[in-house]
Write a protein that binds this ligand. Sequence first.
Ligand code: DX5
Ligand code: ZN
Length: 220
Amino acid sequence: MKTFRIAPSILSADFARLGEEVRDVIGAGADWIHFDVMDNHYVPNLTFGPMVCQALRKHSSAPIDVHLMVQPVDALAQAFCKAGADLVSFHPDASTHVDRTLQLIKAEGCQAGLVFNPAEPLDVLEWVLDKVDLILIMSVNPGFGGQSFIPGALRKIEQARKLIDASGRDIRLQVDGGIKVDNIRRAADAGADTFVAGSAIFGQADYRGVIQAMRAELAR
Ligand code: DX5
Ligand code: ZN
């Protein structure tokens, strides 16, 4: 099992002070910055694009983990790599040619991830696991922060963990949506090693306190 990583989603940050928010949350002990890109087409919400990623790049040396909720995928995936992203994940149902999109991301020097919505099977992984650096299991339907964790995601995390272990490859298993101090341990027990949390961290006054409480749960 890999070292646990906590990736706060800036979707719940104060957009008027994004640079400061990124510095604060990394200073409070976060490992990655999770960057939720929404296009009002693939999901019914609109956030930020590559220019904001490029601007934030200067505020932290922590990895920027871009979660694309956009359609089409390819041009934006490449633009985010050029804008300083370390990892770019996309939803397979949003890409016309999943294998090609994975290759494009890797050719730009980024790591590549595939994201699975609550009602989607992991079937596509059978054919592209060799090109994937991260599997993201959605534990809410994509589009909004602050939703409740869907328990069925735990069984899918277990399935993904089995596929990763059988492959012998170095692949992170991330969970995104409704992660809080009181359920992070359950996601870890199912096999997740990387945890996105938006409202649980940015919604609170004490970022360090929440991140430490999450790590304490993971260490239990
Ligand atoms: C939802 C996003 C999540 C979201 C998580 O579409 O992908 O990253 O911001 O927010 P919380 O932790 O509040 O569910
Ligand atoms: Zn996300």
